[in-house]
Design a protein around this ligand. Structure first.
Ligand SMILES: Nc1ncnc2c1ncn2[C@@H]1O[C@H](COP(=O)(O)OP(=O)(O)OP(=O)(O)O)[C@@H](O)[C@H]1O
Ligand SMILES: [Mg+2]
Length: 261
């Protein structure tokens, strides 16, 4: 992960504008009666990347699925002002018989974006993720990291206001994973989206985020929401020592959360 910015300034995150997503005392009780999430309150501002970390089973995916409207909220209120949303999961789920370009266009096509517009948007996205030269290749000709880049390009081509990412880089080797974090930030700098990003990597969470949400289990809850002392931006170098301190703080919180789990 490089720390030097190389792009024009991104739109500033404005705390005054309405959040793109807001949880107000949201709870989740599954049909079997299991109370997975006790009241959580959290907002995601426009242009903000918020990461969620926490022990396995604490409810990270459940929070994300509620945010994305994939599962109901049991109690409380979830307000979304997003017009378009996109999902990126650990499995890139590319169609094997379609080219990289065609896969990158797919979600935009399903959303009825005009052909010329989605072609251009997909070509732009593939260029940002460094895959222009393999646009006509098939997925089986790509490495795992390249497939994940296509998955990110496909998500961004539909012009989402918010992206939901559930451990998208967990299956990749460490080096590829670090590069993918930079690819995601490159996309973020060039496109105006917010993101809710789940990861088991504290380093990744700190590197990618404006804020980090730390969850604990039994019951599933938020124990802390921490503003990054040096969030991603285009016009300032990162303060690596402040980020290292944040990593240490989150490690401590998670060690406590794991002990309780
Ligand atoms: N459909 C369901 N019905 C009942 N319980 C469920 C259901 N889905 C998830 N759970 C339970 O809710 C809790 C939270 O699950 P969730 O998948 O959100 O955790 P997670 O933090 O994403 O875990 P991991 O890090 O392993 O992905 C778990 O105890 C899980 O067993
Ligand atoms: Mg999960």
């Amino acid at each position: 992960m490089s720390l030097a910015p190389s792009h024009p300034p991104a739109a500033p995150v404005s705390a005054a504008a309405a959040p793109v997503l807001e949880f107000r005392n949201v709870e989740k009780v599954f049909r079997n009666g299991f109370h997975a999430i006790t009241p959580v309150s959290l907002s995601v501002q426009r242009g903000e990347i918020v990461s969620i970390v926490g022990p396995s089973g604490c409810g990270k995916t459940t929070v994300l699925r509620m945010a994305a409207g994939l599962t109901d909220v049991s109690r409380g209120e979830l307000v979304s002002t997003a017009r378009e949303q996109a999902y990126v999961f650990q499995d890139p789920t590319l169609l094997p018989w379609r080219s990289v370009q065609s896969n990158a266009e797919l979600v935009a096509k399903l959303k009825k974006m005009p052909k010329a517009q989605r072609r251009a948007a997909a070509a732009d996205a593939l260029e940002t993720v460094g895959l222009s030269s393999v646009a006509s290749s098939l997925p089986r000709q790509l490495s795992g990291g390249m497939k994940m880049r296509v998955s990110l390009a496909r998500a961004i081509t539909s012009s989402p206001d918010i992206m939901f990412l559930d451990e998208p880089f967990a299956a990749l080797d460490e080096f590829t994973r670090a590069r993918m974090a930079d690819v995601l930030l490159d996309l973020w700098r060039g496109n105006d989206f917010s993101a809710l990003f789940i990861t088991h990597s504290i380093h990744e969470a700190v590197y990618l985020s404006h804020r980090v949400v730390v969850m604990a289990a039994h019951p599933g809850r938020i124990v802390r929401i921490i503003d990054s002392p040096s969030p991603p931006s285009a016009d300032a170098a990162r303060d690596t020592s402040a980020l290292a301190d944040l990593e240490a703080e989150i490690s401590g919180l998670l060690a406590t959360a794991h002990k309780e789990a």
